[in-house]
Design a binder for this molecule. Structure first.
Ligand code: SF4
Ligand code: SF4
Length: 446
């Protein structure tokens, strides 16, 4: 049995309530951006092995055509987001910080938005294995930001049994509203995608979890259920990080993923609403993922909104289209709690880019952001949804006792939500310390 807040919505213990900042974009319909004159298309837009190149410099390609194929099971193909000619294939800046091999596509000036390459399938005729293959062929990954290949997530190992698909419509990160708009504008595609995911996994039940601040989406999706009693739509408390898999499962079902475990261990598979809506749109017509909805917002943006943006569009071009005000700004890909900051304007929008935030940082804030010693206030302990001791982990990190952090203080259960850093009055960048500690432990293990 789960726990509930005062209004009866499911929830989890701890977490934080940052200001939502969603009003500027949540009530406007999704709009489409034009093509830039070139696209930067990395081969590793997903977790797993980078895709294998299928094209060469100088080659002409049409919108939707595969540019790279999946290199093994934990990999996905990449499709041309526009019609044009391959200008180059070389290292380019990426959202992950390091340079990554990318295809530079010169987009023809008169290129149409129509997709010109398709490989249609009949979803009704597919067995679970066929459905997994069809999902991989779309190049779909988790659009919530994780970019984990969807077909891998929906492949249930023989030794596991799964009974429930949890559909994540929380969108708990401040500023982001692309999932909210997708639920409102594409409920049919979402329901279709949920059916495909149920077909692939063989589960008999799906629960869509949506935060209480999106009751219009809850109402609309419920209207689309008709008599489908195997799918339900539930409101959960608006609280960060409600959209993390473990928290959402706890809030909706009262089940707890064991330490070091994954949702499959307790019979659950989780997918994001944006991912399933895109799957519901692309799979039956045999199209690959060539574009996505991105929330572009923040105090530095003149025309905030949700935009359909071709994959590979440089963020500099996006900012020009939405009217970038300029000044002291920080550019974040995704939400402000977990998204990385980027500085190179050639960094492209990729499959995992849910948001582009332009945040002003007045100088006065720089002063208040000075780091002070830990005052042992305990706020980080009360915020951590994984019930860790971030203050002590922070002290160990300062002493570089990374192994001890993992072995005795469960560092690997930290999923880097940032709640501890958010509440810390001493501005200690706890989550950054934990990221570094984990990376060093991984390196040493390798
Ligand atoms: S970043 Fe890690 S330690 Fe900090 S609150 Fe989130 S899960 Fe807990
Ligand atoms: S919130 Fe910051 S100051 Fe308070 S106990 Fe945690 S690390 Fe220390």
């Amino acid at each position: 049995m789960g726990i509930f807040n005062l209004f009866g919505a499911g929830t989890f213990r701890h977490g934080v309530h940052p200001p939502s900042h969603k009003a500027a974009t949540a009530h406007q319909p999704i709009r489409r951006l034009p093509f830039p004159d070139h696209l930067v298309i990395p081969l590793n837009q997903h977790i797993g092995k980078p895709a294998k190149l299928l094209v060469k410099k100088g080659q002409e390609v049409v919108r939707g055509e595969p540019l790279a194929s999946a290199d093994g099971f934990v990999s996905v193909p990449i499709h041309a987001p526009a019609t044009g000619r391959i200008r180059d294939i070389r290292l380019m800046p990426s959202a992950r910080g390091e340079q990554a091999m990318a295809i530079i596509l010169h987009v023809y000036a008169a290129a149409t938005q129509e997709v010109l390459w398709r490989n249609p399938v009949d979803p009704g005729a597919l067995d679970p294995q066929g459905m997994i293959q069809a999902i991989q062929d779309t190049g779909m990954v988790g659009l919530g930001g994780a970019a984990f290949p969807s077909h891998v997530k929906l492949s249930i190992p023989e030794e596991k049994s799964v009974d429930t698909l949890v559909v994540n419509g929380c969108e708990c990160e401040p500023y982001l509203s692309c999932d909210h708009r997708t639920m409102l504008e594409h409920p049919r595609e979402l329901m279709r995608g949920i059916r495909y995911a149920m077909q692939a996994t063989g589960v008999s039940k799906a629960i869509v979890g949506v935060e209480e601040n999106k009751m219009d989406a809850v109402k609309l999706l419920r209207e689309h259920l008709h008599a489908q009693s195997d799918i339900s739509v539930e409101a959960v408390e608006t609280k960060y990080p409600q959209g993390s898999e473990k928290m959402l499962i706890k809030s909706l079902m009262g089940r707890e993923v064991p330490a070091g475990g994954i949702p499959l261990d307790i019979g659950v598979v989780v997918n994001n609403v944006g991912t399933l809506a895109a799957l519901g749109k692309l799979l039956p017509v045999g199209e690959g993922l060539t574009e996505r909805v991105v929330t572009v917002t923040g105090p530095g943006v003149e025309k905030p909104g949700n935009y359909i943006i071709p994959l590979g569009t440089p963020i500099g071009y996006v900012l020009k289209q939405v009217g970038y005000i300029g000044g002291e700004n920080e550019f974040i890909l995704g939400g402000p709690m977990m998204g990385p900051s980027v500085s190179d304007m050639e960094t492209p929008v990729t499959k995992g880019t849910s948001g582009l935030l332009v945040l002003n940082e007045p100088e006065i804030e720089q002063e208040t952001r000075r780091i002070w010693p830990c005052i042992k206030c305990g706020r980080c302990l009360n915020a951590c949804p994984m019930h860790l001791n971030p203050a002590y982990l922070g002290l160990l990190a300062a002493k570089r006792e990374y192994e001890e952090m993992a072995q005795t203080y469960h560092l690997n259960d930290c999923f880097e939500c940032g709640c501890c850093s958010y509440v810390c009055p001493s501005n200690i960048p706890l989550v950054q310390h934990f990221r570094i500690a984990k990376a060093i432990n991984r390196e040493q293990a390798a």
